[in-house]
Design a binder for this molecule. Structure first.
Ligand SMILES: Nc1ncnc2c1ncn2[C@@H]1O[C@H](COP(=O)(O)OP(=O)(O)O)[C@@H](O)[C@H]1O
Ligand SMILES: O=C(O)[C@@H](O)C(=O)COP(=O)(O)O
Length: 410
């Protein structure tokens, strides 16, 4: 079994989507909950979802070690550390510390570092990470509130995060083929080796060349190069139709476009963040009541900003706006599910998704149909009821995702 550790929940379902494509029967487990209902005999891969991307370094390291133990207990013999395809991290971490912790725990001497996800425009060439046609440092990730990415060479981003040497293998060696790449990796000194990849064939070559490595790391793209046995997939059946709701805590450029698109046909509610900070319970009551008032066949959207200017800055606010929004959206999710109002949620944003899955107390996500590259439906059990969840990474999906996602739920 392949055991994977993802540093956020949307990243976990992103990876699961790619593992499913490459022939694995895969489940995502919430690293914070005991996965007692999991039958590893029916799975080729398990992804542990953590909320460690922006956690304190020691917390991320402890969570990583615990995840390795959990995966070992489930029978994992190979491991995959999944981080963001835009390498979201700071000079302190947490990609380096998580890699160091995983490498020591699994006894690996080396790991490739492969953030590329060509399906969503993330490529690495000459060691530099591109988002579409722009270097990472010129992309909107430059302005990310928690992990502003102001450099583009992956080795330069990783080096301050680890005492281990970081080296590079260039595209020409990848394009020479699997045996040559394997030799290049063996000859290249360095514990972490950043490998260029600009299309899915490159990822396939890297996957084959590292097939015997006990540890690999990357965005989700590398999973396309790791072949699973390709047996029949875990059974999927959509839960009974109940009201559909979108909870968007992401303020990424693509999520804001998706809200604007949905607003043309669906009701949209914008949370008043300062008011919610004063009385979170009242804000949740207001959102839940608003959702109940919408037409049964609608797919209402709840968000906390429709434009970038509406994002409340932490500095000087006197409260943590991110925490307030996560709290309102996750408590709303639990209320809507518990009272039977909603059985299908699209949740946008990595931190937001971690908060929602945490509030639902879900332990295992059974992976279902794909909605867009890196976005899929999943099923969770909440108090004996089956709920459909789609966890969407901030910058993933077409503009119409909040209205089109439901088509894949049948
Ligand atoms: N209006 C707002 N003001 C301040 N923070 C907000 C607002 N709306 C959402 N947030 C916060 O922004 C963060 C977005 O992060 P996340 O959910 O990971 O999305 P993404 O995947 O796009 O990065 C969350 O912590 C969320 O609570
Ligand atoms: O690898 C990716 O790009 C995604 O799986 C991911 O981790 C994105 O993070 P969020 O935008 O914070 O959801």
């Amino acid at each position: 079994m392949l055991g994977a550790i993802a540093d956020d929940f949307t990243g976990a379902t992103d990876l699961a989507t790619m593992l499913r494509r490459s022939g694995h029967r895969v489940a995502v487990v919430n690293g914070a909950v005991d996965p007692s209902n999991l039958d590893p005999g029916e799975l080729d891969a398990v992804v542990v979802a953590l909320k460690s991307r922006t956690a304190p370094v020691d917390v991320a390291v402890d969570q990583t070690r615990d995840a390795v133990e959990l995966l070992r207990g489930l029978g994992a013999s190979r491991f995959y550390v999944k981080y963001c395809s835009t390498f979201d991290s700071t000079p302190q971490g947490n990609i380096g510390p998580m890699l160091d912790a995983a490498r020591e725990a699994v006894g690996a001497t080396r790991s490739v570092v492969v953030p590329s996800l060509p399906a969503n425009g993330r490529t690495v060439y000459l060691g530099h990470l591109f988002v579409g046609s722009e270097l990472l440092e010129h992309s909107p990730m430059r302005h990310h509130p928690l992990t502003p990415m102001t450099a583009s060479r992956v080795a330069d981003l990783l080096a301050p995060q680890t005492p281990e040497p970081v080296t590079e293998v260039r595209l020409d060696r990848v394009r020479q083929g699997v045996p040559q790449l394997r030799s290049a990796l063996e000859e290249t000194p360095g514990t972490y080796v950043v490998v260029d990849a600009i299309d899915d064939d490159d990822l396939a070559t890297i996957g084959l060349a590292t097939a015997d490595d006990v540890l690999v790391s990357g965005g989700s793209g590398l999973a396309l190069g790791i072949s699973g046995p390709g047996g029949s997939r875990a059974s999927w059946s959509a839960p009974p139709a109940k009201r559909r709701v979108v909870l968007c805590g992401s303020v990424s450029a693509r999520s804001l476009e998706q809200i604007a698109h949905a607003a043309r046909s669906q009701p949209v509610f914008t949370i008043d963040v300062p008011a919610a900070a004063r009385d979170t319970g009242a804000a949740v009551d207001q959102v839940v009541a608003w959702v109940r008032d919408q037409a049964e066949d609608s797919a209402p959207v709840v968000c906390a900003a429709r434009r970038r200017e509406e994002v409340v800055a932490s500095a000087g606010a006197g409260f943590d706006p991110g925490q307030v929004v996560e709290s309102v959206l996750s408590t709303t999710a639990r209320r809507l599910v518990e009272e039977g109002t909603s059985g299908a949620l699209v949740v946008a944003g990595g931190e937001t998704s971690g908060a929602v899955v945490g509030a639902l107390g879900a332990s295992t996500l059974l992976i279902g149909p794909e909605i867009a590259p890196g976005v899929c439906w999943s099923l969770v059990e909440v108090s004996g009821e089956t709920v459909a969840l789609a966890l969407k990474s901030g910058n993933f999906g077409n503009e119409d995702l909040f209205t089109a996602a439901w088509d894949a739920l049948r």
